[in-house]
Structure formats: structure tokens, C-alpha cells
Design a protein. Structure first.
Length: 538
């Protein structure tokens, strides 16, 4: 009988039992390139070592690069612009030199953009501090604390590094599978590897766990900004290894070999439990020898030793932190710990926003917590770093571990390992406070509330749900109403309406009533959460 592992998450929320890659432009008439812009703001952030160049007709990209100490990498803009890679930190000077070459029409650094909004659900990426929930916490769950207020910068600085995409890379999800058609995976290429649990070609998710961890790695910013997201050209090879009876070692081992042979730079294993087997250790050694990082959750037992296969010295074990930059109450720790990343911290009487927000089956979203949520933060960052820098294997691992925020005693320690993951530092190889621009400004204030309805005229509705199917009733609206219009998550008309949301998530529903001369609207949110293996709305 195969040894079986259970997920290192146990997600502490919904998963309690067991888991789981310069042509001449053609087409429409081209437009002449604009003039070379020789003036840039010195505080603009740029992708390390990368220069974008429009070459004159007939120019050879390789020889131009060699003349300026840069390597031609690829083309963008339908073949119109060449991407060169040179020394990090020398981007502006290199672009200026290249602009003096008659074979160059223009040259400029590859500037980094960043999202302009701050989503409170994504505190692991950008944490301005001040987010608060009331709860009781402590490693023994017995310490009364009136509230948990997030600490400024208790995040991975992923907002600062999010736009730093580069060459194509592959990573792997070794988990419960993935919902392949989830709208969150539009930019990433999700490839069906194999279902090693059922031994067939369809590794679709039969739980939520694998879809959640994959969203954390490569979510396309539809409902969750994945760590790699749309910034990097990432292919995710999906291997299902977990099912109703847990995660057999045989399935895990097969998936590690498959992922390594597929050429991934990193693979995510949000699973664990029991002792390490030799076959697992051999598989991890094979991956390591072929420059593939095996990133594994440390476990959720709250004990001073990491679970296996995170315990293998060749794997990269990941503990979980909360939004106060402390070890989460459930996380394993100890001498086998390598790195920490946000994993969330939920209690029955806390706000769900202190968990990790990501995709789930049914094209929905949910908050989970666990070291299973922390590990994919590291795997997604590994994808960005490998894409931008070309680092692989031991060099990639060293970059991730040497650029953390050191939260515990100086250097490697048993509480945080090398420290809490910092995506910006990992991508740039520098420190966030050296020449970094200030964080993005806060979002604009919300618009003023709509004016009150005319006296005696107001929209109002109630709803009730069975599972994810909900009935809406606007009979409580007042006034001489001639029309009832439903919008938001669905569209309908009439005093009553019904809709099946089909999965987890928060869905806004708006009722607009009219009397022929004016209208009034009211909005409420239907919250659908996973309970056991099914979503229920209320």
C-alpha cells in the first residue's frame, strides 16, 4: 500500500479531510516609430537589465547587442521591438549608448508599472497597516486579544514587483487539480499534466484546494492578483495527486518526475504529513539536480518541526505568517524551516479578510488559511524571478532566501527561516528602501451616497437561499411603482427573481424601481461560502 500524505493546509476552512512557454512585421500598414526619447525620470522603476529597442531596417539584433554588452532575447510588439538583456542597475546608461548607434531608432529601459488600486482582500501583496479584526489568538489559542490590527508593510511587496514580467517559464501545481476554465487563469497557460491520483488524463479539481493555490500563483487580477499573474509568461503544468483518500506518495513522486521533465523552474506542493519516504527523497533530489525547486508547505500542526516532504533538505519548506508579520498560530516551524510567506489567520469570530483570498471551483473566490496558502506565494515569486533574471535551481533558491524581510533573530532562525518572502527584493536583487519610490497612493474617497428617494418611494428587497440558489423579493418596496429591474450578478425584471450563483464568492445584486417619473436603487451583497464540500449563500 502506498504511503499517503494529507494536505499541509487542511485548509483550516474547507479542506479538513484529505487533499491534493526579429521577425519582420507583417499585416496592416506599419506606422513610423516616434522620435527617440532621451529624457527619463530617474525615479522611474525599471526591469533589471532589460532594454527595449526599435532597430533600423536591416539591422542585426545579435550584432547590435554584442556592440553594447547586451544579449538579444526576443521580440515584442509583433516583431517591431527587440528585447535585450544586460547588466542590472545599468539600464539607463545602456539605453543612452544604444541611442547613439545609427542602427537604433530608439532605446529605453523596460519600465515597471504597478496597479493603481489597493485591494484590502490582497493584504499579502500590499499592506498599508490599520486593517483590523477582533479575535482571540495565540499559539495555544488561549491569549485574549481585543483586536488584530495589520502592521504596515507586513506583506511581500508584490505590488512593487508585480509588473516585472520577462521570458517564458513553467511551474507546476501538484495538488488536487485545477478548474481549467476559471476566469482567473486567462493570462497564464494552464496545461493538463496528468491525474496521478486516478491515473487518467484529466487532472480537474474535485475539491477547491488546487484551484485556490493556483490562483495565488498566477491569478490574472480578475478577482485575485496572483503573485506571477499577467506579468510573466507563465505556463502551469497541473498534476492531480490528491483525492478522497489523501495524497499517495506514488502519485506525488510521479508528479515530481513529470514536472521536472517538463522543465519547470519550480513546483508547488501544498501537502504533507507523516515521515519522508526514500522514493520522495529520490524524486526531490532528481528535481534539484535538474534545477527545479520543490516548494512545500511546512504543515499546520503548530509544532517545532516541519512536516514531510517539506522536511527533506533538498525541498524548500514554507511557513505561514499573518498580517501582523507574526508566525500564524497553526504554522509548523523549527530547524527545517527555510522561508515564511503570508498564509492568513482565521478564527470563527474574525473577519474573513485576514485569510488568503483566491479562486475556487465554480468560478468563485474564497478566503482560506494555512501553510498551503503560503507555499504558492513563494512558487509564484520564483516564476517571476526566473522569468526576469534567468536564475534557476540553487541560484534561484538563494535569491528567494537572501532577499526576505528578516523578522526574527538575525539570519536563519527557527521561527521564520531566512525571513518573510519579499517579491520586490527577490525580483530586483536589491532592498526595497534603496531608491524605491513611495508606495502607491491610497484609493480616492468613495463617491457620495445617492440622494434619498422621494418621500414614500423607495426600493427594498429581501432574499433567501438554499445552497447557492437564491430567491429575491421586492414586494417591500414602497410607492406607486411601475417597474422592477434587477442587475449586478444577474439581470431580471419583476417583483420577484431567482438566481443560482453556482459557487463561492461575494455577489452584488441591485434592485431599481421606477414610477414613470423617477427611479430609486438599492444594492445588497450575497455572500456564498464553502461549507464542507458545497457552497452556501446568505
Amino acid at each position: 500500500m502506498n504511503r499517503r500524505h494529507v494536505l499541509g493546509l487542511t485548509t483550516l476552512l474547507v479542506f479538513a479531510a484529505a487533499c491534493q512557454d526579429i521577425d519582420q512585421a507583417v499585416g496592416p500598414t506599419d506606422v513610423a516609430p516616434g522620435p527617440s526619447l532621451s529624457v527619463q525620470q530617474q525615479n522611474d522603476r525599471v526591469a533589471p537589465g532589460r532594454i527595449l529597442v526599435r532597430l533600423a531596417d536591416g539591422a542585426d539584433a545579435t550584432s547590435v547587442g554584442q556592440a553594447h554588452g547586451a544579449a538579444f532575447g526576443r521580440t515584442i510588439a509583433n516583431g517591431r521591438v527587440a528585447v535585450f538583456n544586460g547588466a542590472a542597475g545599468n539600464e539607463r546608461a545602456m539605453a543612452a549608448r544604444m541611442r547613439g548607434d545609427d542602427r537604433v531608432v530608439f532605446a529605453e529601459p523596460d519600465y515597471l508599472r504597478q496597479p493603481t488600486t489597493i485591494d484590502p482582500k490582497m493584504w499579502a501583496f500590499y499592506n498599508p497597516g490599520g486593517l483590523s479584526v477582533s479575535y482571540r489568538r495565540g499559539r495555544n489559542k488561549g491569549d485574549p486579544v481585543p483586536s488584530m490590527i495589520s502592521v504596515d508593510d507586513a506583506d511581500m511587496d508584490n505590488v512593487e514587483g508585480y509588473a516585472a514580467g520577462g521570458s517564458s517559464v513553467s511551474i507546476a501545481s501538484i495538488d488536487t487539480g485545477v478548474q481549467f476554465d476559471h476566469p482567473e487563469f486567462g493570462a497564464a497557460t494552464i496545461v493538463a499534466g496528468w491525474d496521478h491520483y486516478s491515473n487518467d488524463a484529466d487532472p480537474s479539481d474535485e475539491d477547491d484546494h488546487g484551484t485556490h493555490t493556483t490562483g495565488t500563483m498566477v491569478g490574472d487580477n480578475v478577482g485575485v492578483a496572483g503573485v506571477a499573474g499577467a506579468a510573466a509568461n507563465v505556463t502551469v503544468h497541473v498534476y492531480r495527486v490528491c483525492g478522497g483518500n489523501g495524497c499517495p506518495t506514488s502519485a506525488i513522486v510521479n508528479a515530481i518526475y513529470d514536472a521536472t521533465d517538463a522543465g519547470v523552474v519550480a513546483m508547488n506542493l501544498s501537502l504533507g504529513g507523516g515521515s519522508l519516504s526514500q522514493s520522495e527523497s529520490d524524486a526531490i533530489a532528481y528535481a534539484t539536480a535538474n534545477d527545479a525547486l520543490v516548494i512545500v508547505s511546512a504543515g499546520n500542526d503548530g509544532v517545532s518541526s516541519v512536516s514531510c516532504p517539506a522536511c527533506d533538505p533538498n525541498s524548500m519548506s514554507v511557513a505561514a505568517s499573518n498580517w501582523m508579520d507574526e508566525p500564524a498560530y497553526y504554522t509548523n516551524y523549527g530547524s527545517g524551516l527555510d522561508i515564511t510567506a503570508p498564509g492568513g489567520e482565521l478564527y470563527s469570530n474574525t473577519s474573513s479578510e485576514s485569510g488568503i483570498w483566491s479562486s475556487v471551483r465554480g468560478s468563485g473566490y474564497a478566503y482560506f488559511q494555512g501553510t498551503s496558502m503560503a507555499a504558492p506565494q513563494v512558487t509564484g515569486t520564483a516564476a517571476i524571478v526566473a522569468s526576469v533574471t534567468g536564475l534557476r535551481g540553487a541560484a534561484l533558491r538563494a535569491r528567494l532566501q537572501s532577499t526576505t524581510d528578516d523578522l526574527g533573530p538575525g539570519g536563519l532562525d527557527t521561527q521564520f527561516g531566512h525571513g518573510r518572502l519579499n517579491s520586490y527584493r527577490a525580483v530586483t536583487g536589491g532592498t526595497l528602501n534603496e531608491g524605491e519610490p513611495p508606495p502607491p497612493p491610497p484609493p480616492p474617497p468613495p463617491p457620495p451616497p445617492p440622494p434619498p428617494p422621494p418621500a414614500g418611494f423607495a426600493a427594498s428587497f429581501a432574499f433567501s437561499c438554499s445552497g447557492t440558489a437564491c430567491n429575491f423579493d421586492a414586494s417591500g418596496s414602497t410607492g406607486d411603482i411601475t417597474s422592477y429591474t434587477w442587475s449586478g450578478a444577474f439581470t431580471a425584471s419583476g417583483v420577484t427573481a431567482s438566481y443560482d450563483f453556482g459557487g463561492a464568492g461575494n455577489f452584488d445584486v441591485t434592485l431599481t424601481v421606477g414610477d414613470g417619473t423617477g427611479s430609486h436603487s438599492v444594492t445588497d451583497t450575497v455572500s456564498c461560502r464553502v461549507r464542507g464540500k458545497r457552497a452556501r449563500c446568505k
